[in-house]
Each structure stands twice: as structure tokens, then as C-alpha cells.
Ligand binder design. Structure first.
Ligand code: GLA
Length: 384
């Protein structure tokens, strides 16, 4: 990536700090994070690089190698931007969140971003920008922020400044990723660990290139539906702290109390929570076939119960799972478009996927972008 070069071109001096933060695959735990359950993600070897230097007079100057002009803002008057500058709400939101938590970046800063993550693919380019920003500022101003706080504050930036009501999956995975391991997040307590992955596994991403026009409002609607379902169910289980505390049998028992779509959303969340636990146990036993089956079940549940899949994602999953090198496949991330991830043997190649790509092109008129993703390390300083 070229963040340092572009920085020199734009700002006429070399950056003092460079940082990197990865994108992520949602391995399993679809929409479980903001319901307080466990989720598994993997940081990948693609992401966002930031190059930065300390600014003057509290001025923030941001430039992305991928979007238009330099965006400027004053630290003492930070407010979300609209239109073509809206991408800058992620780094500005991080500056805002740091200030909220008493971390001073008072002189301001200049920062340039470059990325090799496809935007809109459900691989969390926004979390990668946030973590790259926080990591660079941490280095630049010697803030000594704990990794756990970094993930939490970046999530706050996204929730409260950029206005997207996401959970902690993306920021937690981008912060805590490790090559060869999955990140296991306990989203109720916001604690982070990792679990090893068998070496022989590979991940492939199939980006439909499709993004629902109402993606953000659909996400918010699903979140609200989960809250509504929980409000009903908790009248029968007052001790429950969040939806994932309710057992599947209890949801079945209360079916008549819930509107049909709330029943489906709740069933997805409580079953998906169990699937995350089953995947962790299957990984401990190296039972990759069981993991693959659970990934496919997760997709079916997103499709039928959470209703956040789409024809393109379903088509890819159905065809991919018939290939002998594929253990399992599912939509990855928020859904309503985006990408499918497939977990495969090391023998899988672009050629293995070509019949699927050809039939997809015949049906939908374009080929999805396909690439292999290796697991990678979480956000870090590259040079200072
Ligand atoms: C998006 C959000 C995450 C998570 C997933 C769905 O990626 O940013 O917090 O809710 O969707 O699991």
C-alpha cells in the first residue's frame, strides 16, 4: 500500500507514524454481537494503512487514496459530515471518542489512508479505518491506550459519531486478530480471546458487489426487532440480561406471544448463539466437517429466520457447498448483499470456483469478485 507516498505527495513531508488495521471475516455469530452473545471472527491479510503526522492549531486534515479531496476539520468543532466527505466520519469519530475518554490529540493531525479492502463487501472497511486511525494516534501522541479500549472506543465512534448501531465484532476482530487464529469475543462483557485454526484451512471471499440501498436502516430495523423480541421474552424470564440468555425451547414456548417476524429473529439469535459454542467445541476436537456443517446451518438461519440474505448470496452458498474442497460457506457480516466466505481445503483454487462463477454470471449478469484471504494480525504500528 502507498499511504506514506501519498502522504508525501499531499502534505509535502514524510509521515511520522504508519499503522495498519485489518478487515475481517465474520466466521460465525450473525447479528449475535449486539444481543450479548459470543461471536467468532478472523482478521484477514488485507486492510487499511494510515500514515500520519502531528498537525497544528487543532486542525485535522484527512485524505484517502480512494475518495476525492482532503477533508479538513477543527478538533474543537467536530461534527459528522455528509455527502462525499462522509467516509471521514470514521477517523473524525475516533478523534471525537478519544477526546471523550480524555486522550488529547490537541495539536490536530494529518492522516492519509490507503486500503486493499473492497468497500461494501461486508469485510469491515469502516472498522479497519477506525482501528488504523486509533493505532496511528496512539503512536503519534503516545497515548498508551489498551487494545481493549481501542476496540470499544472505535465502536463508540461508529455508533455515536458515524451513526451506525453496530456491535463489537468488527472492531474487536480488527484489534485482536492473529494469523492462524480466530478471535472469540464475549460481547456481553466485551472481552477478547483467540482460538487456533487448523493450518490446512483456507478462506475464500466471493463479493457479490451488491449492496442494499437501505442497508443501514435494515440493520437498525433488525437490531430493533431483537430488542422488541427480548422485551416480550424477558417478561417470562426477568433474570435474563439479554436475548442470548433465553433458551431456544423457551422461545418456542412463547411463540404465540411474539409477532411472527419477532419469533423468527429471536429463534435465529438463540440458535446462532448455540452454533457459535458448537463451532468452538468442534474446533477443539479438530472436527472441521462439523464446523463446515454449522457454517451452512448458520447461513440457512440468516436466510430463513433473520431474513438478511439475498438471492445472490444464497446462490453462491448453495453452489459452493456442493464442491468437494468446500467445508462450508455462509454470508459474512451484516448481510442484505455483501460477500460469502467459504472455508475450504488447501486444494481449492479459482479454477475450482469457475463453474460456480459461470452459473452465477449466467443468472445475475456479472461475475462476483473472488479472492483468497489468509488470517492476519490485528491493528499495529508499522513504523514510527
Ligand atoms: C455488521 C456489524 C457487526 C455485526 C454484523 C452481523 O458487520 O458491524 O457489529 O452485527 O454486521 O453479525
Amino acid at each position: 500500500m502507498r499511504a506514506a507516498e501519498v502522504f508525501l505527495e499531499r502534505f509535502g513531508s514524510s509521515p511520522t507514524v504508519r499503522s495498519f488495521a485489518p478487515g475481517r471475516i465474520e466466521f460465525i455469530g450473525n447479528h449475535v454481537d449486539y444481543n450479548g452473545g459470543p461471536v467468532l471472527g478472523a482478521a484477514i491479510d488485507r486492510g487499511v494503512e494510515a500514515a500520519a503526522s502531528i498537525g497544528t492549531n487543532g486542525r485535522v486534515r484527512l485524505y484517502s487514496a480512494h475518495f476525492g479531496d482532503v477533508v479538513e476539520a477543527d478538533l474543537d468543532r467536530l461534527a459528522p459530515l455528509k455527502g462525499s466527505a462522509a467516509w471521514a466520519n470514521y477517523p473524525l469519530g475516533v478523534a471525537w471518542a478519544l477526546a471523550k475518554h480524555g486522550c488529547s490529540v490537541a495539536n490536530g493531525f494529518n492522516m492519509v489512508f490507503d486500503s486493499d479492502l473492497p468497500a461494501g463487501a461486508g469485510l469491515s472497511s469502516s472498522a479497519a479505518i477506525e482501528l488504523a486511525t486509533a493505532t496511528a494516534l496512539n503512536g503519534l501522541f503516545d497515548l498508551k491506550i489498551e487494545r481493549q479500549d481501542m476496540a470499544r472506543w472505535c465502536r463508540e465512534a461508529e455508533n455515536e459519531f458515524a451513526g451506525m448501531p453496530c456491535g463489537i465484532l468488527d472492531q474487536g476482530t480488527s484489534a485482536f486478530g492473529q494469523a492462524g487464529r480466530l478471535v472469540l469475543i464475549d460481547c456481553r462483557n466485551e472481552t477478547f480471546g483467540t482460538v487456533p485454526l487448523p493450518e490446512a484451512l483456507r478462506f475464500w471471499i466471493f463479493n457479490t458487489g451488491k449492496k442494499h440501498a437501505l442497508l443501514d436502516s435494515l440493520y437498525a430495523t433488525r437490531r430493533r426487532e431483537c430488542e422488541e423480541a427480548f422485551a416480550v421474552l424477558r417478561t417470562f424470564r426477568p433474570d435474563a440480561e439479554c436475548l442470548v440468555d433465553i433458551q431456544p425451547e423457551e422461545v418456542v414456548l412463547r411463540r404465540d406471544e411474539l409477532r411472527p417476524e419477532l419469533y423468527r429473529r429471536a429463534m435465529h439469535i438463540v440458535n446462532e448463539t448455540q452454533r457459535v459454542r458448537s463451532v468452538s467445541r468442534a474446533l477443539e476436537k479438530d472436527d472441521i466437517n462439523a464446523v463446515g456443517r454449522l457454517l451452512v446451518e448458520s447461513h440457512a438461519s440468516s436466510r430463513d429466520l433473520f431474513e438478511n440474505s439475498c438471492a445472490e448470496l444464497d446462490f453462491l452458498v448453495e453452489r459452493l457447498v456442493n464442491l468437494p474442497e468446500v467445508y462450508g460457506a455462509r454470508l459474512t457480516g451484516g448481510g442484505f448483499g455483501g460477500a460469502v466466505m467459504a472455508m475450504t481445503t488447501a486444494r481449492f483454487s479459482v479454477e475450482s470456483a469457475s463453474p460456480v462463477m459461470a452459473s452465477y454470471a449466467k443468472r445475475f449478469g456479472i461475475e462476483p469478485a473472488v479472492f483468497s484471504a489468509r488470517t492476519g494480525d490485528g491493528s499495529h504500528v508499522l513504523a514510527r
